[in-house]
Design a protein around this ligand. Structure first.
Ligand code: SF4
Length: 717
């Protein structure tokens, strides 16, 4: 590596959607020192404990370093050359497409991929293979927010920026343990409250999490009752003089219908409090604070999105901001905080099975034409593909016969995870690109392809506030590992497709920026949609020097250009008529109710110091110290009722599967619920994959699974 890199490389944290800037320095002994990038506006030098431990996670133990193939007559994966592995993938996909059509193959990708990886994967699948069977693990965390944005704004647009959390007089955190899951955002809120103690913080979460320690008000609502709560707020605002009549009249449609629906069940505050299991006075306090404060940011995360009513929950929140005109101005707006480092980047390039690149839609013929013309591709998928849960069900049913999984571990992370095992066992061809050799999912691979990891790969990611930030390589490629975008292009070329002759990540990025510009030229309204015009035409040196910028970025204003902090300042939205939409949201309970056999509601989520299925954070002893093993958190009275006690191993079962972990108390959990973390996998002595229990129920609009509620029972192990 060049000597300059030893002085420190500026890159971006690969964990959560905050997208903190990192300064990584390789010491002469090969160790990597990590510090916060003080020039990065997202974190200004701060890092949370996960980010600061990144240097402990880059060692090569457990890495997949060489391509491997499982031959028909051998159960063991054997190392092979790249040529052999790539040929096997290309020939396998081509054969199945020829025999069964393009929808018999699929890609399942990840918010861990860089935007450039995502871009070429989508180009291959949608523009060349001609199927939209490419979905991503981002489906599991933020697709309800995407769907809610599209319904309300006309496109998947996040209106606000992190600074708005500091400018607000009232911050409402809904379904978000921000202190643990987006720690630097939480630190920013905590810091600003030192200088602005009048700023109020409300946390809406069934659990009393670490985030509540800073809250002026915690509303421990009943799991799944969010739409009642926000419909009630909508009614309250309408009845208490908080409507911005001019904004509603000039910039929105649908308010009357949405209000009628909200008032049907939620006009009576006491009734809403009863349904949500909240103290009516606390609920009134929240409603009054929301009515009284002009500068309100409502930030939401997985507690809202991961629900069979997730999209309606998102729209019930957005409705309240549209009604009060609190959007598009400093210190106000609805804010989806994304889970993964590049959930947003994936959305930009059409990473979901129902989207096209540059925020275009698969079910829009003009959009399909625009993308195909730009790509000059031989075909274009004509209808949305299979979303994550449906995809693995189609594999088990034999409709999808080949799947290429990249940078994700669905045997641990998907709902009904045992079904994913059954599906992969039946699948004719399972290709997996990963950085780790042994995972629960890799056990089913016919072909394993070694990918570059954080610190080794180059490209871009986009944070929750639309900030595009560089990930830069500062370590050599280990073994024979290659960048994901390069592996995808090499398979595409072997399948006989042109359009994949990229020589570097920056060339992929340039095409991506070019498509956004082309799209805006075709359908107009560059201020209303995704636009990277200002980032076109960068050479390698400019790409290497690229500073974090927030899209849309309309023109090249030089190195100081920082993009667009917030959207909709002019009150124009991305629907064709420029107006936002209120969405009538009818409240509904989680799909599967608890009953006598399964009397408890299982909630899942993260712990502070681990990430996803622990393939990286699991390498750091100090991160493991925080929570050394999986657990079942429950209320002490429920433990008494069900005959288990703290410290005891217990089995939790649902209609879909079971797992074993140790019981504990103290997680601020309400009666009738259990909380189990998502991170632990089946590689340990006892199978602690909570995904095996989770019901495969999804939101009908977004396809996002209901991870926050599954009926379960618990018993002594
Ligand atoms: Fe990384 Fe998120 Fe922590 Fe920032 S807050 S250092 S992005 S894990």
């Amino acid at each position: 590596q060049p000597a300059a890199k030893l002085a420190g490389t500026l890159t971006t944290c690969p964990y959560c959607g905050v997208g903190c800037g990192v300064r990584a320095t390789v010491n002469s002994d090969g160790q990597v020192d990590i510090a916060g990038d003080e020039t990065h506006a997202s974190n200004l030098g701060r890092l949370c404990v996960k980010g600061s431990a990144l240097g402990e996670t880059v060692a090569l133990d457990g890495r997949l370093l060489y391509p491997k193939i499982r031959s028909d007559d051998c159960q063991e994966l054997q190392p092979v050359s790249w040529d052999t592995a790539l040929d096997k993938v290309a020939h396998g996909f081509r054969r199945i497409i020829e025999q069964h059509g393009p929808n018999a193959v699929a890609l399942y990708v990840s918010g861990q991929l860089l935007t450039e990886d995502y871009y070429v994967a989508n180009k291959l699948m949608k523009g060349y293979i001609g199927s939209a069977n490419i979905d991503t693990n981002s489906r599991l965390c933020m697709s309800s927010a995407v769907a809610g944005h599209k319904r309300a704004f006309g496109a998947d647009l996040v209106p606000v920026c992190y600074e708005d959390l500091e400018l607000a007089d009232l911050v409402v955190l809904v379904g978000s343990n921000t202190a643990w899951c987006h720690p630097i955002l939480f630190q920013r809120i905590a810091k600003i409250r030192e200088t602005r103690p009048q700023m109020k913080l409300v946390v809406i979460d069934p659990r009393r999490t670490a985030t509540c320690e800073l809250a002026d008000l915690h509303l421990p609502l009943k799991a799944g009752s969010d739409v009642w709560l926000f419909n009630g707020l909508f009614s309250f605002l309408a009845g208490n003089g908080a409507v911005d009549e001019d904004f509603v009249a000039e910039h929105t449609n649908g308010m009357t219908t949405a209000l009628e629906v909200a008032e049907t069940d939620c006009a009576d505050l006491a009734a809403v409090a009863n349904i949500c299991k909240l103290d009516p006075q606390d609920l009134r306090t929240f409603y009054q604070w929301f009515a009284d404060n002009q500068k309100v940011v409502t930030a939401f995360s997985q507690g809202v999105n991961q629900s069979s009513a997730g999209t309606d929950k998102v729209n019930s929140i957005i409705n309240c901001h549209l009604l009060t005109g609190r959007i598009g101005k400093p210190g106000m707006g609805p804010f989806s905080i994304t889970g993964q480092p590049n959930a947003m980047g994936g959305r930009e390039v059409g990473g979901l099975a129902n989207m096209l690149a540059a925020h275009m839609e698969l079910d829009n013929p003009q959009h399909r034409q625009t993308v195909q013309t730009f790509w000059q591709s031989p075909r274009m998928a004509e209808r949305p593909g299979l979303k994550a849960v449906d995809l693995f069900q189609a594999i088990e049913a034999g409709r999808v016969k080949a799947v290429w999984i990249m940078a994700t571990n669905p045997v641990v992370s998907l709902p009904d995870a045992d079904q994913v095992q059954r599906a992969l066992k039946k699948c004719e061809l399972v290709v997996i690109s990963d950085i780790i050799e042994k995972t629960d999912t890799n056990a089913f691979a016919h072909v394993l392809l070694p990918a570059l990891g954080w610190g080794e790969k180059d490209g871009t990611v986009t944070s929750s506030e639309r900030c595009i930030s560089r990930q830069r390589a500062f370590l050599p490629a280990p073994g024979e590992a290659r960048a994901d975008w390069r592996i995808i292009c090499q398979v595409a070329q072997r399948m006989g497709y042109d359009g994949f002759d990229f020589a570097s990540a920056h060339q992929v990025f340039d095409e991506h920026a070019g498509l956004s510009t082309y799209r805006n030229g075709v359908d107009g309204g560059p201020h209303r949609v995704f636009n990277l015009s200002g980032l076109r035409g960068m050479d390698q040196a400019r790409f290497d020097a690229m500073q974090p910028v927030q899209w849309p970025l309309l023109s090249d204003a030089g190195e100081e250009q920082r993009g667009t902090a917030r959207l909709f300042a002019d009150g124009r939205f991305a629907h064709a008529d420029g107006r936002a939409r209120f969405v009538a949201t009818v409240p509904r309970a989680p799909q599967h109710a608890t009953d006598g056999d399964y009397p408890l509601s299982l909630n899942t989520g993260r712990v502070r110091d681990q990430w996803h299925t622990m393939t990286r954070t699991g390498k750091s002893p100090r991160l493991a110290d925080h929570v050394p093993e999986s657990f079942i958190d429950m209320h002490p009275q429920d433990a008494l009722l069900y005959g288990v006690r703290a410290g005891m191993l217990a089995r939790v079962s649902s209609r879909w599967g079971e797992m074993v972990a140790r019981v504990q108390h103290g997680g601020g959990i309400a009666r009738g619920s259990l909380f189990v973390p998502i991170h632990w996998n089946g590689q340990s002595a006892s199978d602690a994959r909570v995904g095996a229990l989770v019901n495969p129920v999804v939101d009908p609009v977004s396809g996002e699974p209901e991870f926050k509620h599954t009926p379960v029972r618990i018993e002594e192990f």
